[in-house]
Each structure stands twice: as C-alpha cells, then as structure tokens.
Write a protein that binds this ligand. Structure first.
Ligand code: FES
Ligand SMILES: [Fe+2]
Length: 509
C-alpha cells in the first residue's frame, strides 16, 4: 500500500459490519461524507451542476436600506435593491482590497464600498473611483481594469432568484406550467427556513414519503407532550397512513414522480404525487388533505428549493400556495408563513413556538441558533421532534456509507442516483445543456406531475388484492400524467380529469 492509499484509508476507513451484541466498538469509526453529492463549492461536481440552474437566494423582504450579506453555494455575497429598483447580487469582498460590501452604501445606481468609495453597478462594472481632482482620467482607466464579481438576479413573488453559472450557459427560468398552477384567488406566499446541515439531507427528506407515519404522527409524541406537531392536529390524518409508493423517473430523468396511495376509508383512496426536479426543486400537493370528498387533479401546495448555503448549512426557500383554490379545508395560516416560519406542522424551523420565544423579524437579523442542543426548547423538541430535528441531527453532513436503507428509502436513493447520472454525464438529458434546451422547447413552462387526488375506489376484498390495487392506481395515475404531457393548460387539465375519472370507474366494475 502506498502512502496515498494509506492516507485515503485513514480519511475513509472501510465500514466493517459486525453483527454482534454490544458490538458498538466495531462500528465506532465514522467514514467520510459523500463529496460527489454533498460538496457544492466552486469547482466541485455538484457545485458546478447546481450553478447551471436558477435558485432563490433570499426573500425580497430581506432587502432593506442596508446591503444583505448572505452565503450561497459556499460563496460570500451581498444582495441589495438599488435606488432605481434593480437587484444586485455581488461578491461580498470588494475587488479593490477586500472590504465587505455589506458595509457599503446603496446608491441610486449600484453600491459604494465603505473603505475607499469605489462604486459598483449590479453587473459588477466599476462606475466610479474617487481619484483626486486632476487625476480623474487615471481613475477611469483604473475603473475599466476591474470588475466586481456579480450575478444576474431578479424578484418574483417575494423571492430573489439568482443565476451563478457562466453567463453564456444561462438557462431560462422555469415557470412551471406558466404560473406554478396558482388558481384565481390563490397566491404564492414566500418563506425561507434555515437548516443547519448539508443540503442533500434536506432534499432527501422530500422524497422520504414514509417518515410522516412516524415523525408526524400524534401517537409517537412522547408522554403526550403534544404541541400540534402532527398531521392529526391539522385534520389530515390520512397523511399518517403509510402509503404504497411508486417512484417513476420522468422527463428523461430530469425529475422523479413520487406517487403514494393511502386508504382514507373503505370507500376512498388518497393519491398524492410529489414531483422532484433536478437538482433541488420539489413540488408538493395539498398537505392538509382529509380525504372527505372526491377530488381530482388538485395542484401545487408547496414549491420548494433546497438551496445550499455552504457544505453544512442550507435553506428551504419557496412559496406556500394559499387560498381557497388549493386549500379546500381553509386551514392555512398566512401570518405563519415567512422568514424562519411556516404554517404546517411544528418543528420545521430551528425556533418553534413563536408565542413563547418570539417571532423572528427580518430587520433584526437575529442569530438563528446553530447548536440545536443549546436551544431553550430543546426538551420540547425531544418530546415532539419535527423535520428540522430529524434532518439536522443526521450529522452536519449525513454519512451515506453508514446508511442501511430499506425499501421505504427507494425514492431517496432513486433521486440521488439521478443526480449522479446528471453530474457524471451518464444521463446527458439531465446535464445542464440538454436540460436548458428542454426548458426552451417547453417555452420555459414545463408540465408538472404534482397532484393531489381523492378517488372513490372501494377497498378490495383481501389485503393482498388491496395492496395490489393501491399500487395499480398509483402507477396508472403517473401513466396518465405521462400521456397528458403533450398537452398544455385547460386541454391537459380536462384530459387528466377525464382519465382519472375513468380510472376510478375501472376499479368499481
Ligand atoms: S476595499 Fe473597497 S474601495 Fe477599497
Ligand atoms: Fe416531514
């Protein structure tokens, strides 16, 4: 063994599985994390892939009269809205001698560095160098010789989106189905929730469709220390039933349809299709479904990107769709959706129970606690943990080499594989170039598979037949959505509804 092999073995000791009682000693060495999927800095495979897509980087409300410091994909940045209303996203460290532009002054056009007063436009152009009188020409010459690092950014429904890749590879911004399926009277309400761990385990949680049965179930809250953490609390008890899942790669491996069938009662099935899009977008159907009446082709309830801050921090940024169109039960609470806050299930954010601990105000730039065990309400979180506790406690970067997956984890592993295929080039359709071309072919408004449905499908006579039926219906729902993909808008909508109806009928004959 040469020295390099030796060193790499020390960094990544082989996982030895010894299935012996009290054998913790034999599994106490922790191998390294999986760099291919988890590291996102400049020059890393995943970091380079991610940089070829648009991502939300902060909420519009975070842009005030002072520049906003933020970190995205391991890069230190400042975001601001200049006096003429344009969004700037610049490297934080001034190209002159490195002072952070977070201490700069926002100008009518661009931003002025606090240290020596150079002014930079939102595209990085140096607009002004304060050279002494009589030496302005020299100042102009100097200005032309430098460029502050800058990224293209824009605002959409309360979020700031940015493209951090090479300018000549910029893809279109994907407007899913044109307007993110928002029905008249409904709205996209922005939110941003910080997660103190690697982005991949936050994204993994989206395709982990079995955890609600345990994590979000009233019966699992310790000693009745109930805090409204469960689906039962919002009346969506059907979400607590373990689903029969079908995972289907769609759009040539650019996305994954996660279809789950849950029995509501002996007459009705609840079928929910969640759509995950490479690399970090997930589109979620209605989260408060109670299955009380038939429902066909209900659409997005959450549009969510998992945005890496650095290798050990991430943000869930997105929109909660609110209004009577999607929220048929009227249980959403807009006042709870925003910065470090979300209205469904507690335990989604680092600090919970705002009535006890105070709600974060963006203007205050509050420190979000990074040590989860030092939180004031640590014990409450132990009694009734939520997604935040489960995800961030998988270690700062979850160690894939130590996992022992079951069939329940199929969606998580399928999505990881699709990511690897995309970044390795083994699925070129999901590579940045072909992905962008596909968006352009679809007028940057591709169809989504995301949908919530309640079908009147009677329970089968035996458990075996029932399981078979549930899987059949879930599979057929995905097949119908695939067939409908050639259609757009209202034509697709009625095609899907008719076919779902026919599917329901076929189970009753
Ligand atoms: S460091 Fe910014 S102007 Fe000198
Ligand atoms: Fe969850």
């Amino acid at each position: 063994m040469n020295i390099r092999d030796k060193n790499s073995e020390l960094a990544n000791p082989p996982v030895v599985k010894k299935l012996i009682p009290f054998g913790g000693y034999h599994t106490n060495k922790i191998p390294g994390h999986d760099p291919e999927l988890t590291e996102v800095g400049p020059g890393t495979p995943m970091g380079e892939y991610m940089r070829r897509f648009w991502h939300p980087v902060c909420m519009s409300a975070e842009l005030t009269d002072t520049p906003h410091f933020l970190k995205i994909l391991c890069e230190e940045l400042v975001a601001f809205r200049d006096g003429s209303g344009r969004i700037g996203l610049l490297h934080a460290h001034c190209v002159h001698r490195g002072a952070s532009l977070e201490y700069g002054a926002i100008q009518e056009k661009g931003i002025k560095c606090c240290y020596h007063g150079m002014v930079f436009d939102i595209d990085g152009t140096c607009l002004h160098v304060p050279f002494p009188k009589g030496e302005e020409k020299e100042g102009e010459k100097y200005a032309c010789s430098i460029k502050q690092g800058a990224y293209k950014a824009f605002e959409r429904n309360g979020l700031v989106f940015a493209y951090m890749g090479p300018p000549d590879e910029e893809p279109p911004f994907p407007e899913w189905e044109g307007n993110f399926t928002v029905a008249e009277g409904d709205e996209l309400v922005p939110y941003s929730n910080f997660q103190h761990c690697n982005w991949m385990q936050v994204q993994d949680n989206a395709a982990d469709n079995f955890h609600p049965t345990a994590l979000h179930s009233a019966k699992n809250v310790v000693k009745g220390q109930y805090q409204g953490t469960t689906f039962d609390e919002v009346g969506a008890a059907s979400m607590e039933v373990a689903p029969d899942m079908v995972f289907v790669p769609i759009h040539q491996g650019r996305g994954l349809a996660c279809a789950g069938a849950r029995r509501v009662n002996k007459d009705r099935l609840f079928i929910r299709v969640q759509h995950q899009v490479l690399p970090n977008l997930s589109l979620h159907a209605y989260t408060s479904e109670d299955g009380s009446s038939k429902k066909l082709f209900s659409r997005f309830h959450i549009v969510r990107w998992t945005v890496p801050v650095d290798d050990v921090n991430a943000k869930m940024i997105g929109w909660r769709v609110m209004g009577p169109g999607i929220d048929t039960r009227g249980v959403g609470d807009k006042s709870m959706v925003g910065y470090e806050s979300i209205d469904f299930l507690e335990g989604q954010v680092a600090m919970r129970r705002p009535e006890r601990f105070g709600k974060y105000k963006i203007e205050d730039h509050p420190p979000i606690p990074s040590d989860h065990r030092a939180r004031e309400n640590y014990k409450d979180c132990q009694y009734a943990p939520g997604d935040y506790e489960a995800i961030i406690s998988q270690r700062p970067i979850a160690v894939h080499a130590l996992e022992n997956p079951t069939k329940f984890d199929a969606g998580v592993f399928q999505f990881r594989k699709m990511l690897r295929d995309a970044i390795r080039g083994t699925n070129q359709a999901a590579g940045p170039e072909q992905f962008a071309a596909w968006l352009r072919e679809n007028s940057a408004a591709p169809n989504s598979y995301c949908t919530g449905n309640v079908l009147e499908v009677p329970e089968a006579a035996t458990l075996e037949e029932e399981v078979k039926q549930r899987r059949h219906v879930a599979r057929q729902i995905v097949a119908i959505l695939t067939e409908s993909d050639a259609l757009k808008g209202d034509a697709r909508d009625s095609f899907v509804r008719n076919r779902f109806d026919a599917l329901e009928q076929s189970t009753r004959s």
